[in-house]
Design a protein around this ligand. Sequence first.
Ligand SMILES: Nc1nc2c(ncn2[C@@H]2O[C@H](COP(=O)(O)OP(=O)(O)OP(=O)(O)O)[C@@H](O)[C@H]2O)c(=O)[nH]1
Ligand SMILES: [Mg+2]
Length: 152
Amino acid sequence: MLTNLLIIGNTNSGKTAYIKKLMEDWDYHQHHGGEVRSYETMVCLHHPILGDVHIYDSCEAHVVNDIYDCVIIMCAEKLPPIEQYKNEIVEKCGDIPVIILFNKLDLEDARLSYHAYLEAHPEDMVRSCSVKDQNIGMVEDTFKEIVSLAQD
Ligand SMILES: Nc1nc2c(ncn2[C@@H]2O[C@H](COP(=O)(O)OP(=O)(O)OP(=O)(O)O)[C@@H](O)[C@H]2O)c(=O)[nH]1
Ligand SMILES: [Mg+2]
């Protein structure tokens, strides 16, 4: 099973840090030209149950295309243009799961932003994590749930 996942969001929201954290925990292998750069990454991870997961990381909405099974919109203290991303996703990918993932929950500003968003958007699939503090929000747990959603 192969799952293609896109992570988009503002610069500095922690997209690359999130992927690097997953790579520490999952068996990682390089795949045609895939590499971790701070900007626009493509990596391949393998999980014994969830199978192969290709993760793309960008801050540009234009990279959205129909290969994706699921999109993570990464947020931190500042919100990216979520509505614009969602429109782009529906147009290019149709009805796929979109997860609004708040990172940096170890920081007060990100926590405030997360709670405000949750309250204002009860219809959205909103999750939270912290790459820096695994006691606050396990990166791997949120990711496994997201990949499972993408495979449904
Ligand atoms: N406190 C805190 N800092 C974090 C967390 N996650 C990432 N960071 C820091 O935030 C900064 C930006 O992280 P990146 O992963 O480079 O952000 P990015 O979204 O990939 O940014 P671009 O590549 O510019 O689009 C780095 O200094 C990270 O160490 C977190 O959960 N908590
Ligand atoms: Mg990056």
